[in-house]
Write a protein that binds this ligand. Structure first.
Ligand code: ADP
Ligand code: MG
Length: 617
């Protein structure tokens, strides 16, 4: 990085420019949140310096960490100073000119979509440092990195460019000075400032000073007794520590005393964080040792399947000298993780007693939690207990226990169908026979379902059974619609089956009469020992499988088309129309499953020929 001693001008990254235009013109009614953002950054900076000083004494703060506010109503300025880590020339370029936060990137994406409610969006995502431009028409940042000699002035009017030049600052830290817009002079008013700090920033663990006066409680929120903390204080702390802008769905504040004391203040977000399904599967719970911030998201603190959690864990019993690298595989940390994991699963179990509220959690994070069924065999039963499923037999979601309670006389398995989305699965022809008998089927539409099903063969002695693979064991189950009635009009399919098999050859593994169909003429299933339909589809899509095994084509012996074809098959085995029909039936079964016909052009031609026969006379 070149560092000249002259004033340099830079333009903002395009996205920042777009963002700033919106921020500056915003009529957002909550613009006081800019102060929350700047205090949050000041507090993060103090945390970072305190951690850095653990390994480099030269960076230590000689006095106390503090965030100091100064307001000048006449000059219409407000400044926020911290004695934290500070920024050097490179840091300024990297952070205050670009968009580093994934949340802000998503914000920009959302903005690009038309018809968005822009002020609403700012409230939803927050724009961090740039929110200063909601109230200021110029922002000056004087900063000096702890341990370095040079200080810098970063300055911008928020209109496309910023400057950086050398400056004076006696010690490490940062001062952000806002030159307030005319209509924002209220933010230089001390009474107003006191009120804002109480509302948004009381939880900050460093003192926030206005002159001699300390405006906040200046005590780490998680160290205070839960009974003294309001819901709003928890929510503000969540937003600060998680860089989030929604409200937490649930707060879990616990202290564990024993051979490894620790306090955890964890939040389940109210909405899905943006990185939830990124391959890193990173968790975002901060680790503190005895109130000293150690790490943003240590790898072993929270299992990946609980990565939706936000918040902090603080333990007096970990060594303060522990470096971030040494944290990995630390047996103490593993103990804390186990304790926290059990606690969280316990709290979720409690939460599940209110099915309507739990449904919201489940739709946000259920797919993530289910990863634990494979990854944490020791806690598998506890996880399974709080899993919920879409089902043909229940409104909303069902637990496995409730499914078992509704099982029919003679039903020996927990039936499921797996696929891409529950609404489509609910339309599947494979369900027809089960529906007719009132036998419940779980609709599993998350990718992870295929994987835990490979590891968990049964629940309470009842095996999981896919209705798209193997025989449909419907005969032993007592049902409201006796199959015998329909069986009466069943055609003898043997000649038809022989004709279709001969025509389709290798394209199908077998052709059989179906017990699972009532309305549709055909469906495809996987043979008993073969890979199930949906898993094969997933593996193919991820390039892990070339060709699947051929499927079994099932024919509905009560369907008009099939009975008509069956009578034709007995009279004339070499029939051209019958051969066309065999291909059309197979393609039809594929289409119903959401796949393409093997050869779409040929399919269309065939359909044309058959229609010409039917309508052309
Ligand atoms: P976020 O806090 O979510 O990272 P912000 O837009 O609030 O996003 O801040 C961007 C970055 O600017 C911070 O991550 C930090 O690196 C830097 N920064 C902002 N304020 C300060 C400060 N007072 N001291 C040191 N660094 C700061
Ligand atoms: Mg911030």
């Amino acid at each position: 990085m070149t560092e000249t001693l002259e004033k340099e001008t830079f333009s903002f990254q395009t996205e920042v420019g777009q963002l700033l235009e919106i921020v500056a013109g915003s009529l957002y009614s909550n613009r006081e949140v800019f102060l929350r953002e700047l205090l949050s950054n000041a507090s993060d900076a103090c945390d970072k310096r305190r951690y850095a000083a653990l390994t480099d004494a030269a960076l230590a703060q000689s006095g106390e960490f503090a965030i100091t506010l100064a307001a000048d109503a006449k000059a219409r300025t407000l400044s926020i100073s911290d004695n934290g880590i500070g920024m050097n020339h490179g840091d300024l370029l990297d952070t205050l000119g670009t968009i580093a936060k994934s949340g802000t990137g998503a914000f920009i994406e959302a903005l690009k979509a038309d018809d968005t409610d822009r002020p609403g969006l700012i409230g939803q995502f927050g724009v961090g440092f740039y929110s200063a431009f909601m109230v200021a028409d110029r922002v000056d940042v004087v900063t000096r990195k702890a341990g370095e000699e040079t200080a810098w002035l970063w300055s911008s009017d928020g209109k496309g460019a910023f400057t950086i030049e050398p400056a004076q600052r006696d010690e490490g830290g940062t001062t952000v000075t806002l030159h307030l817009k005319k209509d924002a002079r209220e933010f230089a008013d001390e009474t107003r400032i006191r009120h804002i700090i109480k509302t948004y920033s009381d939880h900050i663990s460093f003192p926030v000073l206005l002159g001699e006066e300390t405006l906040n409680a200046a005590q780490a929120l998680w160290t205070r007794p839960a009974k003294d903390i309001t819901e709003e204080q928890y929510a503000e702390f969540y937003r600060h520590s998680a860089h989030a802008f929604d409200a937490p769905w649930r707060v879990m504040h616990n202290r564990v005393e024993g051979n490894l004391n620790h306090t955890s203040l964890l939040f389940v977000p109210g909405t899905q964080p943006f990185d939830l399904f990124e391959p890193e599967r990173k968790s975002h719970v901060k680790l503190y040792v005895n109130r000293v911030f150690i790490s943003e998201s240590p790898k072993d603190l929270i299992p990946a399947y609980l990565r939706f959690l936000r918040g902090v864990v603080d333990s007096e019993d970990l060594s303060l000298n522990v470096s971030r690298e040494m944290l990995q595989n630390d047996p103490q940390l593993t103990k804390i993780r186990t304790s926290i994991t059990k606690k969280v699963l316990g709290e979720l179990k409690k939460a599940a007693k209110k099915p309507e509220e739990y449904a919201g959690f489940w739709s946000n994070f259920g797919a993530v939690l289910k990863e634990g069924l494979v990854e944490d065999p020791a806690l598998r039963d506890r996880i399974l207990e709080i899993c919920r499923f879409t089902s043909t037999g229940a409104e909303g979601l069902t637990s496995l226990a409730d499914y078992l309670a509704r099982m029919k006389e003679g039903q020996e398995a927990i039936f499921y169908i797996a696929g891409e989305d529950a609404a489509k699965l609910a339309q599947s022809p494979h369900l027809e026979g089960f529906r007719a008998k009132g036998v419940e089927v779980l609709l599993l539409a998350d990718h992870v379902d295929e994987f835990w099903l490979q590891h968990i063969p049964e629940f309470e002695g009842k095996p999981f059974k896919s209705i798209t693979r193997g025989a449909a064991d419907l005969d032993q189950i007592e049902g409201e619609t006796p199959q015998e009635e329909t069986r009466a009009d069943e055609a003898d399919l043997s000649p038809l089956i022989a004709a279709i098999k001969a025509e389709l050859g290798e394209a199908v593994k077998d052709v059989r009469p179906s017990k699972r169909l009532t309305d549709s003429p055909v469906c495809l299933i996987a043979d008993e020992g073969d890979m199930d339909v949906n898993l094969e589809r997933l593996l193919k899509r991820h390039g892990q499988l070339q060709d699947g095994a051929p499927r079994v084509l099932e024919l509905n012996p009560t369907h008009g088309v099939i009975t008509a074809l069956a009578s034709r098959a007995t009279s004339d085995a070499g029939d051209e129309g019958l051969r066309e029909a065999a291909h059309l039936l197979l393609d039809q079964a594929r289409i119903v499953e959401g796949d393409l016909p093997a050869d779409p052009t040929e399919f269309a031609r065939r359909l044309g020929r058959v229609m010409a026969l039917a309508f052309g006379g």
